[in-house]
Design a protein around this ligand. Structure first.
Ligand SMILES: Nc1ncnc2c1ncn2[C@@H]1O[C@H](COP(=O)(O)OP(=O)(O)OP(=O)(O)O)[C@@H](O)[C@H]1O
Length: 255
């Protein structure tokens, strides 16, 4: 309801994570709004993946609290490879095999619907992961993340390893699905194009905390050194200075 939508779907409060003596997060706070696509950025090793794992309950912080109000969560892990010994459709259906009492036939039928949703046909579903392109594997992994009808998706570097055209197509798929299904999305990325094309807000993880969270344009104005070099280096400038995809009337993106 409206009242619930005003509440963040995810709140991380005063989170501290450490491995041995190494502190990764210290009194970190982050709110994710219902329905938004939030991009989480930060230098290598800043703790983005650990934060994502903390949010979904796979990593227990040494201090702080997590309020996750999503009814169902889907996750696409950074190295979320599909099982090579199973066909693509079996991989997508796997969470249903494991977590529901659906029959095998029912689970496979639902998996085929999810494959269609992400733009993969039956022939792709019948193949083994090694027989798919990188872009198709990402799509299959996304179908698996969607199989239990999540209202929130966590994506760890969804476009890593994709060529620019496949990455742009995957960005647009995430955007379309998010808006069509009302999904809240948190995505960890190094991809400036992704941030620019689909993220409503950007959160910057640096020095163990979220040091900025706002629109791309506003975050890029922040005086922090990492933000300046990330958003205003040669790659960042090209992105910041161009209009979002939605204003590129002639752009078509295909896989
Ligand atoms: N299970 C673990 N045990 C010990 N150290 C860990 C563990 N998991 C992560 N770390 C350390 O925590 C730090 C943050 O790791 P994390 O993977 O979250 O970084 P990241 O921001 O996602 O980096 P990248 O952008 O390179 O993927 C790193 O120094 C990493 O070595």
């Amino acid at each position: 309801m409206v009242m619930n939508d005003l509440q963040p779907i995810l709140s991380l409060e005063d989170i501290t994570n450490r491995f041995g003596a190494t502190v990764i997060h210290e009194n970190l706070n982050l709110d994710v709004n219902t329905g938004e696509i939030l991009g989480l950025v930060g230098g290598s090793g800043a703790g983005k993946s650990v934060l994502l794992r903390t949010a979904i309950g796979l990593h227990k912080p040494v201090a702080g609290s997590i309020h996750l109000r999503a009814k169902q969560v889907g996750v696409l892990f950074q190295h979320g490879a599909l099982f090579s010994s199973m066909t693509v459709i079996e991989n997508v259906a796997l969470p249903l095999f494991e977590h529901t009492s659906l029959s095998r036939a029912q689970a496979l039928h639902l998996a085929s619907l999810k494959l269609a949703l992400v733009g993969l046909d039956q022939a792709a579903g019948a193949r083994y992961p090694a027989e798919l392109s990188g872009g198709m594997i990402k799509r299959a992994a996304l179908a698996r993340a969607l199989i239990r009808e999540p209202d929130m998706l966590f994506l760890d570097e969804p476009t890593a390893g994709l060529d620019p055209i496949s990455a742009a197509a995957f960005d647009q798929l995430i955007l379309t699905l998010s808006k069509a299904l009302g999904l809240t999305v948190v995505l960890v990325t190094h991809d400036l194009d992704t941030l620019h094309a689909i993220c409503d807000r950007i959160a910057v993880l640096s020095d163990k905390q979220i040091i900025a969270i706002d629109t791309l344009a506003k975050v890029a104005e922040h005086k922090n050194d990492w933000i300046q070099s990330y958003f205003h280096g040669p790659r960042g400038r090209a992105i910041i200075d161009k209009p979002p995809y939605s204003q590129h009337s002639s752009l078509t993106v295909e896989n």
